[in-house]
Design a protein around this ligand. Structure first.
Ligand code: ASP
Ligand code: MG
Length: 331
């Protein structure tokens, strides 16, 4: 990455006034308001996201969490509000939040052009829903946003030279196993059980012209809170999850992660042990599971990544007013 890029990130007070930046911020405003409109039309209640707490999402693909001293105890900055989405299910059956997240990504993520260390996701959860329900909702939501934003921001998208098509529903679906086979045919080998590396995911994304799903990831690759299929589909001897990622086409990569939740105390403790989580940190979460929480499913969609895709931006840091990129000491 050229040092000019880093220097310009440090001088955001100068670049923020450029017309190219202003244009993207206007499209982003339309995206966020259309998401809100869509979800409110589906009877979701918007809640205020937590920012800190004693525990946060451990399933963050090699990124680090931020811990700090909170009146003598260790607290963390939210890497995602997943655990809080589950507790919300005891209160309201359909919720969403515009949730700010911090993930200290490895330095090499600068090269992916789609990782920020501070980002926001529209994080939603529905009680008693299946992961398939959530995929269907995700497709409708993305098509709705693209249709509306194309119309509202036609001038900006034209200036951006972005030709954006409303995707065809239903989107293509591959299981993780099928995705690994496609990658093998592209000459990329990924061992079953591992997360799909960023470069491999980008290669998959590049050979698609429409968004597509990857479902049924292996237990080892993901957080303890996703529900396992009862029958492991006869695939090796590994557990398979009822979860999904949505991948944008044209090389833009991951858009959404989500799935059905494990909500049973004993199963969660088993999964925490298997993934070597420090169980003693999860006090309130485990107490909540013991008291009982409804089954649910949900997902998170990154707002900056959606903006990058809709505007056709090369770099994610052009999709946020105050970008935080791994290793760059910007404002
Ligand atoms: N917590 C997940 C993430 O941030 C999203 C979800 O499963 O709701 O990747
Ligand atoms: Mg993800």
């Amino acid at each position: 990455m050229s040092s000019d890029v880093f220097e310009s990130l440090k001088k955001r007070y100068l670049t923020l006034r450029k017309k190219e930046v202003i244009r993207v911020l206007k499209v982003q405003d339309a995206i966020v308001s259309e998401i809100r409109d869509f979800l409110k039309g589906e009877c979701f209640v918007e809640i205020l996201a937590p920012i800190i707490g004693p525990v946060t999402d451990p399933g963050i693909r090699g990124a680090k969490q931020i811990s700090f001293d909170y009146y003598g105890a260790r607290f963390k900055v939210m890497s995602s509000m997943i655990l809080y989405k589950q507790v919300m299910m005891t209160s309201l059956p359909k919720i969403f939040a515009l949730s700010p997240n911090i993930r200290l990504e490895p330095l090499e993520t600068v090269k992916t052009r789609r990782h920020l260390t501070e980002f926001r996701q529209i994080d939603l959860e529905v009680a008693h829903a299946t992961y398939k329900d959530m995929m269907e909702l995700g497709e409708r939501m993305l098509c709705h946003i693209i249709t509306k934003v194309k119309h509202r921001c036609s001038k900006e998208l034209e200036e951006q030279k972005r030709v954006l098509k409303v995707p065809q529903k239903p989107f293509k679906k591959y299981t993780y196993k099928e995705a690994l086979e496609i990658l093998k045919n592209l000459g990329i080998n990924v061992n079953f059980g591992l997360e799909i590396p960023w470069e491999a995911e980008e290669a998959l994304s590049k050979i698609h012209k429409e968004p597509f799903w990857i479902t049924d990831f292996p237990v080892e690759a993901r957080g303890f809170y996703y529900m396992e299929h009862e029958d492991n589909l006869g695939i090796l001897d590994l557990g398979i999850l009822k979860d999904f990622d949505l991948i944008y086409p044209e090389g833009f990569g991951e858009a959404v992660s989500g799935g059905e939740r494990e909500y049973r105390y004993n199963k969660i403790v088993e999964r925490m042990r298997a993934s070597e989580e420090n169980i003693s940190e999860y006090g309130w979460y485990l107490d909540m599971l013991k008291a009982g929480v409804p089954p649910s499913a949900g997902f998170g969609i990154g707002v900056e990544r959606l903006t990058r895709f809709i505007c056709g931006l090369e770099n994610i840091w052009d999709a946020v007013p105050f970008p935080k990129v791994a290793g760059v000491l910007s404002s």
